[in-house]
Design a protein around this ligand. Structure first.
Ligand SMILES: C[S@@+](CC[C@H](N)C(=O)[O-])C[C@H]1O[C@@H](n2cnc3c(N)ncnc32)[C@H](O)[C@@H]1O
Ligand code: SF4
Length: 371
């Protein structure tokens, strides 16, 4: 279905903004990205701000979180980036994703002056040979330098992204990566298993290897949790760890099934039971918004059952129990009894959560719980 203008309630307190530009396309990545195009950054920011005006009715008067994701948001032309940051709503948590090689003292200062409160830095690994496998541009020293530039600019909420399951990565490589990350003392860590995304160069080159190591990855995952939680971080979501009070509030909104508005190419919005995804074409996006029209989107209406199913799938990624009342109609009582007996799920008061073992199995347990 293609959307035309549609009225939505002003319920979104969370704003996502997609900045797609990258200097190089990493072989493992299937995010919506556009190479270079420095001459179009200003026009893209104009388009984002026009789209924001068109969608104002979906945004609540008070926005709690803003997240600028990519792509490489910090590659955006600095004049255009400053203008964008100055025009977006203020928020208590304002995150930007950054690639280490783009973080200079000047960029860190620009972000700080412009109201950014949190930076998510894509480290991936500290092993030079594995960074090469990933075709990353930044070396381990670039990651450390970027981190210190952000600290020097007074950022007190920095997250590092790490990947595990990189072809050629041994268990001790992973342990040293965690040690190197912890040495920087970030407030937040995201540790993702490297996924073979269909159609990427990486899957073509390493897909079979990734499939054959899938079982070993369960041990890697357990080791990640053991080391990071052992260092005092809270394992608050399947792939995420934080110091007290430093959860990614924007991502929590997704996991808790809250409404959010997304701007930019490929961005997804979910507002008042309606979900739309903007087509990932830069040319179409710029042309539509320059003409004052909404860009083309795919729209899906979420019925109550789908909303509850999503609530269960996403909510059980968290360590805090999910209110049973939110999911009871889609929950299999028999499966719950069986999983409780196996020590994989448990009722806590009026809530439902996975046990530690259940969280390691993750999606498989959740799938069984769905009636
Ligand atoms: C939007 S992406 C990219 C952010 C930034 N451009 C960078 O490369 O550091 C955010 C995170 O998703 C993770 N990611 C990207 N591709 C992945 C894949 N194929 N499997 C698992 N995680 C992936 C990476 O850890 C990355 O830092
Ligand atoms: S991983 Fe990051 S830098 Fe690499 S192509 Fe994807 S978004 Fe761009």
């Amino acid at each position: 279905m293609t959307a035309t203008a549609a009225a939505t309630a002003a319920t979104a307190r969370h704003l996502y903004v997609h900045l797609p530009f990258c200097a190089h396309r990493c072989g493992y990545c299937d995010f919506v990205t556009v190479l270079g195009r420095g001459d179009q950054h200003a026009a893209y920011v104009d388009a984002l701000l026009s789209e924001l005006e068109l969608e104002r009715a979906s945004l609540a008067p008070e926005v709690e979180t803003v997240f600028l994701g990519g792509g490489t948001p910090t590659l955006t032309d600095p004049v255009a980036l400053r203008r964008l940051l100055g025009s977006l709503p203020r928020a208590a948590e304002f995150t930007i994703e950054a690639n280490p090689e783009t973080v200079t003292p000047e960029l860190a200062a620009l972000l700080r002056e412009s109201g950014v409160t949190r930076v998510s830095l894509g480290a991936q690994t500290f092993r030079p040979e594995l960074l090469e496998v990933l075709e990353r541009r930044a070396g381990p020293e670039d990651v450390r330098r970027a981190f210190y530039h952000l600290r020097d600019a007074s950022f007190d909420n920095i997250s590092l992204d790490l990947l595990y399951g990189i072809p050629g990565q041994s268990a001790s490589d992973l342990e040293r990566d965690i040690e190197d990350a912890l040495e920087l003392d970030p407030e937040h860590l995201s540790c993702y298993e490297l996924e073979a995304k269909p159609g990427t160069r990486f899957t073509h080159a390493h897909g079979e290897e990734l499939v054959s190591q899938a079982e070993a990855m369960e041990n890697y995952f357990e080791r990640v949790v053991e080391l990071v939680a052992g260092a005092g971080y809270r394992w608050y979501e399947t792939a995420n760890f934080c110091r007290p009070g430093r959860e990614a509030r924007h991502n929590l909104a997704y996991w808790e099934g809250r409404d959010y508005l997304g701007l930019g190419i490929g961005a997804v919005s979910t507002v008042a039971g309606r979900r739309w995804r903007t087509k990932p074409s830069l040319a179409q996006y710029l042309a539509a918004l320059a003409g004052g029209r909404r860009p083309e989107r795919e729209v899906e209406l979420l019925d109550a059952v789908t909303q509850r199913q999503e609530r269960l799938i996403l909510g059980l990624r968290l360590d805090e129990p999910l209110p049973l009342a939110d999911v009871e109609p889609v929950l299999s009582v028999e499966a719950l009894a069986r999983l409780e007996g196996l020590g994989l799920a448990e009722r806590r008061g009026d809530g439902l959560a996975l046990t530690r073992r259940g969280r390691f199995l993750g999606g498989a347990v959740t799938a069984e719980l769905l009636a």
